[in-house]
Design a binder for this molecule. Structure first.
Ligand SMILES: [Zn+2]
Length: 293
């Protein structure tokens, strides 16, 4: 095999270059890559379910083996097959008949879809490996924040370190990554501190800032800025709407902002070009409307 092909010239190209995902000079045939990433995504998604359930409960994610959360019986191998086990067992434990949440197969399928999407976006490149890790972190943070309104440090802090370290060799480059980290962590923190001083109450949690720092380290500048804007829009529209509909609902005390950050970060990672162009158009349209231009 030619070593040249293992290190394609567009290694350091911007993520929107699709390269060998289109089959040009592919190291791995696209169909094989898609099947592999779909299967691996389902299996990793199954592990992410363990993280989503155990991390907020401060349990180990590696020991003991998977158990029914209702009757505590260790699961047999055939009860651990992603999606298929849930479907065959009708969403219930085989012995105690307790309901098994539909969230489990949803997380598995979502992870697989995002992994295949990542391959289609970034090809069989070193950047793909980094983005697969990023996707896993976002899936876990999305689900844990939605249910518990917390964003565990065990995900966000190592995530920030990995994003910054990888940027020494991969997009967006270390300067962009460092600026993104600082902008994601410090700017919203400063705004929230000012808000807390003025209004005397807390609007965002420390977990939100750490998650934004992590996203900034992975995506760099200016995508962290796009992520914050999109997350805020989602938070106001969906979160605000949810608060109005159910005053005593799950979001009565705190909007799961990390859930919106995760969605916004995925939008920015996958549609980088379109997001930045849309932002520039919106700014230009506003300036024209306001009479500045
Ligand atoms: Zn059971």
């Amino acid at each position: 095999m030619e070593t040249r092909r293992l290190f394609p010239p567009d290694l350091f190209a911007p993520p929107r270059l699709r390269g060998d995902a289109e089959g040009k000079g592919a190291v791995v045939p696209p169909s094989a890559a898609i099947v592999t990433l779909a299967a691996a995504g389902l299996i990793i998604g199954s592990f992410l379910n363990v993280c989503i359930y155990r991390l907020p409960r401060r349990e180990s994610v590696v020991w003991p083996a998977s158990r029914c959360t209702s009757c505590d019986r260790p699961l047999a191998w055939f009860e651990n097959i992603p999606v298929a086990s849930w479907a065959v067992l009708g969403g219930r434990c085989r012995t105690c008949k307790a309901r098994i949440s539909v969230v489990y197969p949803i997380v598995e399928v979502t992870t697989a879809v995002l992994w295949v999407g990542a391959y289609l976006a970034w090809g069989w490149t070193p950047l793909l490996a980094l983005r697969l890790v990023f996707i896993c972190a976002l899936v876990v943070l999305f689900a844990i924040d939605l249910e518990h309104q917390i964003l565990p440090n065990i995900i966000t802090i190592p995530g920030t370190v990995i994003g910054l370290a990888a940027s020494l060799a991969l997009p967006p480059g270390w300067t962009s990554s460092a600026i993104g980290l600082a902008a994601g962590g410090l700017f919203p923190f400063a705004v929230a501190e000012a808000y807390a001083r003025v209004r005397g109450r807390v609007g965002m949690g420390m977990g939100d800032f750490k998650m934004l720092a992590m996203v900034g380290a992975f995506l760099g500048w200016p995508l962290i800025w796009m992520t914050i804007i999109i997350a805020c829009v989602l938070g106001v529209v969906i979160g605000g709407g949810g608060l109005l509909i159910s005053r005593r609902g799950v979001w009565a005390t705190k909007i799961p902002f990390g859930t919106f950050i995760a969605v916004a970060a995925l939008i920015c990672a996958f549609w980088e070009g379109a997001v930045i162009e849309g932002y520039q158009r919106a700014i230009a349209a506003y300036l024209t409307w306001a009479g500045f231009v």
